[in-house]
Design a protein around this ligand. Structure first.
Ligand SMILES: [Zn+2]
Length: 1113
């Protein structure tokens, strides 16, 4: 059938062009319409392929150029052209080539009084204008003016024509040239008036499509700065705002509300933040660098912004597209270990960090005066064999580490040595009143001065007796006194001082209220519309502390954050119960605002206060997916509930109208900030409360924890050594801990086993904003020092080297991402600088050292927090998986790779409720080449080198599904990670006995073992019910909606122009009604095809269609 000759369609098309009389032209048009209406879009695309558009355009030119063109032919022809044309991407160019563009414009001009003709012309114009150049050609020939004349204020007549004219105008505005012209002609103002007119007269909402089309024009015009200015000057914001209030209540008007919101957000004038400079209030002179001018950024700072991401978490939205480019597929780079970055002689200094290799265990000797092995490295000699001199179990204190003496478990016992000098002379102070208001931070000064301070502490502790396990307020106070901050903090935040206990209940994810983002955006817009209602009162300013004086005794909230990990820069009261909050940048930076921690007081109970953090930078956060910030109430704490709890309602995160100052050479001009908004209703009036991004965990808290840990552990069982890896830039010691089991005796066998245990290196908190990592580390440390049988086995099995805080300075100074050098320390591992990144330099040096003595760690894990994903998961490194994922053609069969990297995540998936194997990834990305994970894997040869990412939000699987994560769950993760390590010990009976069969009831279910393949790059969030407009600048533009246009065209031949228009038919009938007017009915075998499948034309099916069409013959 499908012979070499022309198909039936081609015959039809050529007959059409040759037809000399109107009757045969009409007949052919009719057959074509019948044909095209029956099938799917494939038929139309087939026709386009066979030259259908050109044939119809030529017919249009032939007919239109005749002396008296007949509308009885032109109307059906224009309809058919519209249907075909809007599926033909090149229709504009074809029309230009055929000379059918200006002809159509002329036809329109001639038929302004013939509604049917005019509408048909407008539809086709709209289709032409989908080509920008054709749109410009039409505009330059006066099409805008012709169409604009047809757009009338509210009317009941010719509404179809009005709609067609507006749609055609909107299409013409695809061209910038047309937009500029329209703006200069004052169309913005006219369109606004028209919109308002239709809005107020269309009380029954019969003409939503017309109103929507008017907004569509405005959306185009406001893409130009001049258009936005015109809209603002003409009071457009007021008009749009006012008219939309009426739309919000009705579901049916959602499309209008959405459109208006987009226009208003776009037109909201951009403003700089109300700051003198975006740069951090604090700067820190770097070693080897000239003193920083606050205005001149170190070059490295800005460069990392694009990379600003949670360790492995590329924050870029279009990660999917970039992932393959980012995968490292250069086998040499993956396999070859680079030369060490320093001379080997330097490594000797790290021997001291292996005290277990040098410790002489004299205290294990029966003879307290035994001197024989006191010299450093001679420890093994002379100890050959289990002699009678060596025994274990002698219960006596470890003289070398007085802190490790066992003390009473009662933490309330104030006999601890912690409070140091401040305790002296504190007894005689006046008894202060014990109201929450009085516990305002000024009384909690950790400075050395002040009787009332220490007496307040004493009084507090006597009255309320701190009782949080592992926390000692006195020790906290004393460790905090030694903590060096850039701002010289002398005040403690109450929660850090007093301590936190997880609340006795679990907190589910917050439910997002429908439309919450829009209502918040509207409140923001109201500031612009009613400036008189805006209080605009600075209530906190780091740079002008006097601003706070005006707040005392006023109705405003009081803000404060000059304490460790605090980072408030400015707070501005906007309305009675609404505050804008600006976070300080990382020191020496002008970026990285995300972490927050501040105090509020002076509140009224029962009133929702709205807080807006207006200088956030991430493109999206879990705040849009059920996460709440955390709150701590001093009054609650004193009443026995010392809890950080998830709090806040009406939470959302969206792009705002504050613009960033453009950095030189970075092309960021116009980049805007994001707002995190939430409302808090305080339980008590005149309370002192703290709000934070996540459960705070300060450097002083770590120091306190380490002290408390040493007090409680059993020194006969636990070998625990705290040393200093190095000092940070600000002079804070960076602790490194060694934990393992004490050898049972000094016998050679015992010491040999002791010293040859494999090493595990754990690090955390390189990113200071990731306080969750510290809570996980707290769990790890406490578990490893505990008397749990698994912990005992672990200590027997391994030597743990732990650096719990790689970036103390960042944590202390309330930074989110960087160190004082203004750099992301987790991008420095390839070549860390001794002076600028000392903690990384020395951690790497220590690893080199371990390597050099043949004690390369079995496992390395760096703890992080992840702001965009739920659950806890690991990132590891695998060459094979990287190659597979990249789709590389390199044959990896011959490649040998130890699959051991999968064991730990697999086992954690079984034993740790918060852990999700399906979120793990083992890909090596180029952009991560200088992270700890990749460098330790590649340069140190650690197969099991991981980043552990813990959610800030919560879990969407497992036992904690639907719950937000708390410190208890994070700490549990830290202990489970250790337990999982036992699985790496082969044939560990203890492991199988202690861990696998003994999970809490319901903790393990077999179905969680079956996971889908890795899909780490998939966005793990389902779309929000409310469409989240992160990018207020971008208006999504829809092309010509074929369904809608079809419905209009097919309804367009109805006799009465007063018929209600057939907009938005659910199941459009593509068949024109023109057939009904004609006597001749072709016998086309109509193939029923579901209309819903609007797929593109598939050429492999073309012959089916061909034979189908051949039936016509
Ligand atoms: Zn991180």
């Amino acid at each position: 059938m499908a012979g070499p000759g022309p198909s039936g369609l081609e015959v039809l098309l050529s007959t059409l062009q040759d037809a000399s009389d109107s009757e045969s032209t009409l007949n052919i048009l009719n057959v074509l319409d019948e044909l095209l209406s029956a099938g799917t879009d494939r038929r139309i695309h087939y026709m386009i392929k066979k030259g259908g558009s050109e044939a119809l355009l030529r017919t249009l030119v032939n007919t239109g150029c005749s002396p008296s063109p007949s509308s009885s032919i032109l109307v059906p022809l224009l309809h058919l052209l519209t249907k075909v044309g809007h599926r033909d991407k090149k229709i504009g160019h074809k029309a230009e080539k055929a000379g059918a563009v200006l002809l159509l414009l002329d036809l329109l001009r001639q038929s302004l009084s013939d509604v049917k003709m005019a509408v048909a012309c407008l539809w086709l114009l709209r289709v032409y204008a989908s080509c920008v150049s054709t749109a410009a050609l039409l505009g330059k020939n006066g099409a805008l003016e012709v169409q604009f004349k047809l757009i009338a204020p509210h009317t009941k007549k010719n509404t179809r024509m009005v709609k067609a004219a507006i749609d055609a105008l909107a299409a013409l505005l695809n061209s910038k040239w047309n937009c500029r012209r329209a703006v200069s002609q004052g169309y913005v103002s006219s369109l606004l008036n028209l919109y308002e007119d239709w809005h107020s007269n269309d009380a029954e909402n019969k003409h939503i499509p017309i109103r929507r089309a008017l907004l569509h024009c405005l959306r185009h015009l406001t893409n130009l700065p001049a258009g936005r200015r015109a809209l603002e000057q003409d009071g457009g914001m007021e008009i749009l705002f006012r008219t939309t209030q009426a739309c919000l209540a009705s579901r049916g008007l959602e499309s209008l509300a959405k459109s208006v919101t987009q226009i208003m957000r776009k037109c909201y004038p951009k403003q700089p933040l109300p700051l003198r400079s975006d740069r951090s209030t604090y700067s820190f002179p770097l070693p080897g660098c000239p003193t920083l001018n606050p205005e001149s950024a170190p070059t490295s700072e800005a460069d990392n912004l694009e990379e600003e991401s949670d360790e492995e978490d590329a924050e870029i939205d279009d990660l999917d597209r970039e992932e393959d480019d980012d995968l490292e597929t250069d086998l040499t780079k993956l396999r070859t270990r680079p030369e060490p970055d320093r001379p080997l002689e330097e490594l000797g200094q790290y021997a001291r960090l292996c005290p277990e290799l040098h410790y002489d265990f004299q205290d294990l000797d029966s003879d307290p005066d035994g001197e024989e092995s006191s010299d450093g490295d001679g420890f093994l000699y002379g100890d050959a064999g289990p002699g009678p001199r060596f025994f274990s179990g002698g219960r006596r204190e470890d003289q070398r580490s007085p802190r490790s003496k066992p003390v009473s478990e009662n933490q309330g016992d104030p006999e601890g040595e912690g409070s140091g000098p401040r305790q002296a002379g504190s007894s005689g102070g006046p008894e202060p009143q014990l109201n929450p208001r009085d516990f305002h931070s000024q009384y909690l000064s950790s400075g050395t001065a002040g009787h009332e301070v220490s007496s307040m502490i004493k009084c507090l502790l006597e009255k309320h007796r701190g009782c949080i396990p592992g926390h000692d307020p006195r020790v906290y106070t004393s460790t905090a006194a030694n903590t060096k901050s850039i701002a010289g903090y002398s005040v403690l935040a109450f929660p850090d001082f007093w301590g936190h206990l997880p609340p006795p209940y679990r907190q589910p994810m917050a439910q997002r209220r429908q439309g919450v983002q829009r209502s918040k955006v509207f409140e923001d817009i109201q500031r612009l519309l009613s400036p008189a209602d805006v209080v605009d009162k600075v209530v906190f300013d780091l740079e002008a502390p006097s601003s706070q004086d005006t707040v005392e005794d006023s109705d405003s909230l009081r803000f404060y954050s000059k304490f460790e990990s605090g980072n408030l820069r400015k707070a501005i009261q906007v309305r009675s119960y609404e505050y804008d909050v600006i976070l300080n940048s990382d020191v020496n930076c002008s970026h990285y605002h995300h972490w927050f921690y501040f105090e509020v007081s002076g509140m009224k109970a029962g009133v929702p206060y709205r807080f807006n953090i207006i200088n956030c930078e991430k493109a999206n956060t879990q705040f849009n997916y059920g996460m709440q910030p955390v709150l701590y109430s001093v009054r609650e704490a004193l009443e026995g509930n010392p809890h950080w709890v998830r709090a806040g309602s009406d939470i959302c995160y969206y792009k705002n109208h504050f613009s960033q100052s453009s950095l030189p050479g970075r092309g960021q001009k116009g980049r805007t900030y994001y707002t995190l908004t939430f409302s808090v209703t305080f339980q008590h009036s005149e309370d002192v409360c703290y709000l934070a991004y996540h459960y705070p965990y300060t450097y002083s808290a770590l120091q306190m924890q380490l002290q408390c840990l040493q007090r409680t552990l059993d020194p006969l069982k636990v070998f625990f050594q705290q040393q200093t890896l190095c000092e940070t830039l600000a002079g804070n010691p960076c602790p490194i801990i060694t934990i393992t089991a004490q050898p049972p005796s000094r016998s050679w066998n015992h010491l040999h086993q002791f010293r040859n245990r494999p090493c595990v290196l754990l690090t955390a908190r390189v990113h200071p904003g990731e306080s969750n990592a510290s809570w996980v580390m707290k769990g790890t440390l406490e578990f490893l020092c505990s008397s749990h049988p698994v912990a005992e086995s672990l200590r027997d099995a391994y030597i743990f080297k732990i650096i719990p805080m790689l970036n103390p300075d960042g944590v202390i100074n309330g930074m989110h991402r960087c160190s004082l050098s203004g750099e992301d320390l987790n991008r420095q591992w390839m070549k860390p600088d001794l002076k600028l990144s000392p903690t990384i330099y020395h951690t790497k040096g220590f690893l080199y050292y371990l390597n050099s003595i043949g004690r390369t760690p079995l496992v390395f894990c760096d703890y992080h927090g992840h702001s965009r994903k739920k659950n806890v998961f690991l990132y590891g490194c695998s060459i094979k998986e990287t190659f597979w994922q990249s789709g590389s053609t390199v044959n990896t069969v011959a490649l040998k790779e130890d699959p051991g990297y999968r064991t730990l995540p697999k086992i954690l998936d079984k034993i740790a409720p918060a852990f999700a194997f399906q979120s793990c990834s083992f890909l090596v990305e180029k952009s991560r080449a200088s992270t700890a994970r990749v460098v330790v894997w590649r340069e140190m040869g650690v197969v099991r080198s991981y980043t552990m990412e813990s959610t800030y939000c919560g879990c969407d699987q497992g036992l904690y599904k639907g719950l937000q994560i708390g410190t208890q769950e994070l700490e549990e993760m830290g202990s489970k990670l250790c337990q999982g390590l036992l699985a790496l010990k082969r044939n560990s009976l203890l492991y199988s006995k202690l861990i696998i069969p003994a999970p809490a009831p319901g903790e393990l279910s077999d179905n969680r073992l079956d996971h889908k393949p890795n899909s780490v790059f998939d966005d793990d969030e389902p779309p929000c019910e409310e469409e989240i407009e992160y990018h207020s600048d971008v208006c999504s533009e829809h092309g010509v909606d074929s369904t809608e246009l079809d419905a209009e065209v097919n309804g367009g031949v109805s006799d009465s122009e007063e018929d209600p228009p057939q907009y938005g038919l659910k199941t459009p009938d593509r068949k024109s009604r023109l057939t009904a007017q004609l006597p001749w009915k072709p016998s086309v075998e109509v193939v029923a095809v579901t209309l819903s499948s609007h797929k593109g034309f598939n050429s492999s099916n073309s012959h089916c269609l061909d034979s189908d069409l051949s039936h016509v013959e």
